[in-house]
Ligand binder design. Structure first.
Ligand code: ADP
Length: 449
């Protein structure tokens, strides 16, 4: 059964991204939108559009009943969830499949397993992925916590099993603070997620964030498309991503990528996935797996030439992977800057009317964005309004081109993070690729002094 019409259960640049891949494959698209997004570019470009509710995401982009109804009314035979919103909601995936609509995503049971941090870690361990040393599962008592922490050594990190966005996480420097910090982590987790289950990990002092892109066909075949370095973060939010990582040799890439691909093959994983690791002193430590397309996927597309959304659609349609591991070549270097409608240094949101917009262009410059002159950035959703992805044969060449492209971008009427990206490209550590997940916050704190 070939897919002929896809409902895109998302908004903004990722909805456009999916629309573009679908149209290139001769597939029609149906946009859904809240009343706040009636004039959005994803609505204008899609073949059909259905309004699914008022501005708050809970009433529209997270409204399962309305999205399923829209798919039925518009005769869609597949749903692509993009990232965020319902993309990692196993229940939604099941409902989609129960309606005989093709789910362009992983098997619901894999979404469920990887969405639970303790289960994900156990599964990753069983599949041979290297783990952060820590408790084998949930830690129930303070005695157990003391024993685990003493064995792995302080500092340790207490993490919420249902955690997300860095909440319910406490760094414990020494044993005398374990009991009180574990109590705090538990109550924070209880309040945020309704679940006070916690576990313990060794706290890594200065790691990098390196993630591997994988693809499985659901029938025991899987490949990797190399890594992305996403160490430049603020409050666990990625700001700029690059591929390949400045610190990884091609031997290490093949070794770790191979471990990831074999794990996914063994699991019978279907579709796109990202396995996230912290990296310190030459060693990788699994932290989580995202069972969806990532914001930063274009840097992988730039250096491999593989269209990841096309691949997702093909696999969901029951086709085999379009490339073999041997056919994947890593060429050149790519960097993505996330451009948000916010103050570049205080990060205060800046929604409003875009009075002028001009996208950068030229060789190897890609802008994924739903912006246009006269567009009003709504205050209800994520502040990311554009992604600038630049490719170069070398990292130096890529950075030179990125500087030029950032200078060319015009977004007037709202504040954006473009000045932050320009400032980062003046920093020797960034130019040398010498930064960890702590770097950006330290740099911002120094600037503020
Ligand atoms: P969440 O789901 O809340 O985002 P993650 O497990 O993905 O939680 O971790 C979020 C971030 O917290 C990581 O990107 C990293 O910056 C930091 N972190 C997680 N585990 C550790 C660890 N063991 N040591 C040091 N930092 C960690």
């Amino acid at each position: 059964m070939a897919i002929t019409r896809i409902l895109i259960a998302n908004r903004g640049e990722i909805a456009l991204r999916i629309h573009r891949a679908a149209h290139e494959m001769g597939i029609e698209t149906v946009a859904v939108h809240s009343t706040a997004d009636a004039d959005a570019m994803h609505v204008r470009l899609a073949d059909h559009a259905v309004c699914i509710g008022p501005p708050p995401a809970a009433d529209s982009y997270l409204n399962v009943a309305n999205i399923i109804s829209a798919a039925e009314i518009a005769h869609c035979d597949a749903i692509h969830p993009g990232y965020g919103f319902l993309s990692e909601n196993a229940k939604f995936a099941e409902i989609v499949e129960a309606h005989d609509i093709t789910w362009i995503g992983p098997k619901p049971e894999h979404i469920l397993t990887m969405g639970d941090k303790v289960a994900a870690k156990n599964t990753a361990g069983e599949l041979g992925l290297p783990l952060v040393p820590g408790s084998p599962g949930a830690v129930d008592s303070i005695e157990e916590a003391r024993a685990v922490a003493a064995e792995i050594g302080y500092p340790v990190l207490v993490k919420a099993a249902s955690g997300g966005g860095g909440r319910g996480m406490k760094v414990v420097p020494s044993e005398d603070q374990l009991e009180s910090l574990m109590g705090q982590a538990r109550s924070e987790a209880k309040n945020a997620f309704g679940d006070d289950t916690v576990y313990i990990e060794k706290y890594l002092g200065n790691p990098r964030h390196i993630e591997f892109q994988i693809f499985g066909d659901g029938n025991g075949n899987a490949i990797h498309l190399g890594e992305r370095d996403c160490s430049l973060q603020r409050r666990h939010q990625k700001v700029l991503e690059e591929a390949p990582s400045p610190i990884l040799s091609s031997e290490e890439r093949e070794r770790m990528g191979g471990i990831c691909a074999r794990a996914m093959a063994q699991m019978g994983y279907r579709g796109a996935g990202t396995i996230e690791f912290l990296w310190e002193d030459g060693a990788f430590y699994f932290i989580e797996m995202n069972t969806r397309l990532q914001v930063e996927h274009p840097v992988t597309e730039a250096i491999t030439g593989v269209d990841l959304v096309r691949e997702q659609i093909r696999i969901a349609d029951g086709k085999p992977l379009s490339v073999t591991q041997e056919e994947i070549e890593f060429k050149g270097h790519a960097i993505e800057c996330r451009i948000n409608a916010e103050d570049p240094f205080t990060f205060a949101p800046s929604p409003g009317l875009v009075s002028a917009y001009h996208a950068a262009g030229g060789m190897h410059v890609r802008v994924d964005s739903g912006l246009y002159t006269g567009y009003r950035v709504p205050p209800y959703y994520d502040s990311m309004i554009a992604k600038l992805i630049v490719y170069g044969r070398s990292r130096e060449g890529c950075i030179m081109r990125l500087r030029r492209a950032l200078e060319e971008m015009v977004i007037e009427g709202v504040k954006t993070s473009i000045p932050l990206h320009c400032a980062l490209l003046d920093e020797p550590d960034i130019l040398n690729g010498d930064y960890s997940i702590k770097w950006l916050e330290d740099w911002l704190a120094q600037r503020a002094d």
